[in-house]
Design a protein around this ligand. Structure first.
Ligand SMILES: Nc1ncnc2c1ncn2[C@@H]1O[C@H](COP(=O)(O)OP(=O)(O)OP(=O)(O)O)[C@@H](O)[C@H]1O
Length: 604
């Protein structure tokens, strides 16, 4: 195995040490604060720290993963009600305290898993997910109202016994929970998993074509964050010894979103400090200005959203110098490593790609009709045809089981049925897009590692420095100079570089069937030749079956072992390059005449 070290790797990554030092410093401050603060302020800060934990979960979901959720307040309330219900109806003891804690976690996890399943099933839009999380608080509040003496109805539950601790102890607990939650989540967002979360936010569709099961990841994250919020709610009620339906409601859920946006979403430290600051100030203002304080917070929110869309803490950090928000962590000393392929050609003995009777209609428009096609192992098939012939639609029908209207598609002998794109990737398919579809704020290294998710499980707490690629993908990376740009953000790459990156990503999947939609569009002649030779090599050395849509007939002639001409959604001719090039029918179609030879552009 050869190791390629990125030139000038720069200094070692100091961030883990920095996170450790900051966490320690924050814990020391938590320990010292009660000595310097009065009773009322300590009281307020306990509440603010616990609200901050809930806001951190909003930031993980919304700021990092792009899931706008109104439900985190409800999960906080579920944790709170677990305490209220157990202590009211079964009394307080160490056993019931443990039971209430476990009940809080289990109830929050169950509700979140069910809501997450509804909100994030394959094909659900972000708006739909937002609406589902909006409905949850409304339902939970109604259930609590109608719970009678069990839930205390609109009055909630009060007067139950709980832990008898000093206020300083509660402050230590709440402060430590806020600090440790921030530290843990900071490590997670800087890890390989953090990169996947940002990728889902940036381009969920592309994730699924890299074999990443985005809906499942979102459900797991939603459930985990619900449990964290419930933990904060548990501590809150043990301290306050009162629960009310409002603690699970929509207003509280929205306030958490406001705190997150004001503090600076996608930064963790922003929502933490934002919540502590705003909730702390609000507590004073609500006493001094009982009717005005919400109006003030609302006005500040609108002003910040318009004037400082990044939020208060990042803006303040930029003014003081040094703070630059990065979508994902930068890692120095990145290494490219050549690995033996685990995927590529299937040994099943079945046809690599088999399509029969494939139809695709959009309403009354019949785009594909009765397409029959097979591609053997190691074949390089070019699909050509005039604009609008249905070539891209054919690719969509092969790579997403929900796309076709009728017919059968099998990859390595496995029918795709109604499988989602990420499941079809598992069958051995890789697809690149007509319009480059990448993750704009991620780096080249991030994108390459994302493409390897199928083969290397992302770490939850660490970020790998190595990018392991099969020979063919490494060749594209090296030949195009991407290896010297591993830490460059994708949005800053030239068009040619983006195409090269997309090609290396799809090869990094090690597919046995590779669908490429105009991979050389916008490339220079030498770049096209390089891509052509890599594809031919891939077919020969790894027996990959490549299906390529191309308009450049010279390129097609050079690389193809077979050509299919698609016309008006049907296969017009399927043969060798020579057969297609010498076909009168094909000439007629490209000259704008119908398959029967009549001029299509001539008026009827
Ligand atoms: N979502 C859609 N809804 C309705 N019609 C569609 C949809 N997608 C594609 N079509 C129609 O299907 C036909 C085939 O489109 P397709 O993109 O597959 O053609 P193509 O052969 O790839 O063309 P090009 O070479 O220009 O990319 C076109 O007439 C197009 O307008």
């Amino acid at each position: 195995m050869t190791e390629h070290v990125q030139p000038a790797p720069g200094p070692r990554d100091q961030r883990p040490l920095l996170i450790g030092a900051m966490t320690l410093l924050a814990l020391v401050m938590v320990f010292l604060a009660p000595m310097a603060l009065d009773y009322y302020t300590v009281n307020i800060l306990i509440r603010a720290c616990l609200y901050a934990v809930a806001a951190l979960t909003v930031d993980m979901l919304w700021g990092y993963t792009g899931i706008l959720t109104f439900a985190q307040g409800t999960f906080f309330g579920i944790g709170a009600y677990a305490v209220g219900l157990v202590f009211t109806h079964y009394g307080f003891s160490p056993t019931t305290a443990v039971l209430a804690f476990l009940g809080a976690l289990v109830a929050a996890a169950l509700v979140a898993a069910i809501v997450g399943w509804f909100a994030f099933w394959h094909g659900a839009s972000p708006l739909y997910a937002g609406v589902v999380t909006l409905v949850l608080p409304i339902i939970v509040v109604q259930l609590l109202y109608s719970g009678g003496t069990l839930t205390g109805s609109s009055s909630g539950l009060v007067g139950f016994e709980a832990f008898d601790l000093e206020i300083e102890t509660w402050f230590y607990i709440a402060g430590t929970l806020a600090v440790l939650t921030t530290a843990t989540l900071t490590i997670v967002v800087r890890s390989d998993v953090g990169r996947v979360l940002v990728a889902i936010r940036e381009n969920e569709t592309r994730c699924s074509y890299l074999g990443i099961n985005a809906p499942r990841i979102k459900i797991v994250l939603f459930t985990a964050m619900a449990m964290v919020a419930a933990m904060a709610g548990y501590v809150f009620t043990c301290f306050g010894m009162v629960v009310a339906p409002e603690m699970t409601g929509l207003v509280f859920g929205t306030e958490l979103i406001i705190y997150t946006a004001l503090g600076g979403r996608g930064t963790l430290v922003g929502p933490l400090l934002g919540t502590i600051g705003i909730d702390g100030i609000s507590s004073y203002l609500s006493g001094e200005l009982p009717y005005l304080w919400k109006l003030i917070v609302g006005t500040v929110f609108v002003a910040v959203i318009i004037l400082l869309p990044r939020g208060l803490i990042p803006t303040l950090g930029s003014l003081l110098g040094g703070f630059r928000r990065r979508e994902t962590a930068r890692v120095s000393g990145l290494r490219l490593r050549r690995v033996e392929p685990k995927g590529f050609a299937s040994q099943s003995g079945a046809m690599a790609l088999a399509i029969s009777g494939l139809d695709r209609r959009y309403g009354s428009l019949k785009v594909l009709s009765g397409v029959e096609l097979t591609v053997g192992s190691g074949e390089l098939l070019s699909v050509v045809g005039p604009n609008g012939a249905g070539k891209t639609t054919l690719m969509r029908c092969i790579s997403d089981g929900h796309e076709r209207t009728a017919g059968h598609v099998a990859i390595n002998g496995n029918g795709i049925g109604r499988l989602s794109p990420h499941r079809i990737v598992e069958l051995g398919l890789g697809r690149s897009f007509q319009n480059t579809s990448l993750f704009e704020t991620l780096t080249v290294a991030d994108c390459l590692r994302l493409a390897r998710t199928r083969w290397e499980r992302p770490h939850l707490f660490t970020r790998s420095r190595e990018i392991c690629l099969p020979e063919a993908a490494l060749r594209v990376v090296e030949a195009t100079g991407l290896d010297a740009m591993l830490d460059h953000e994708t949005r800053n790459l030239s068009h040619g570089m983006k195409r090269a990156l997309e090609l290396s990503m799809v090869i990094a999947l090690e597919p046995s069937v590779l669908l490429l939609d105009e991979p050389t569009a916008g490339l220079t002649k030498p770049e096209r030749m390089m891509v052509g030779s890599i594809l031919v090599d891939l077919c020969r050395s790894e027996s990959v079956s490549v299906v390529i849509i191309e308009h450049d007939l010279d390129f097609v002639r050079e690389i193809s072992s077979r050509v299919v001409v698609l016309h008006q959604g049907a296969v017009l001719i399927d043969g060798t390059v020579d057969e297609v090039v010498s076909s009168e029918l094909v000439h007629a179609v490209y000259a704008g005449k119908g398959a029967a030879g009549q001029d299509e552009r001539a008026p009827a």
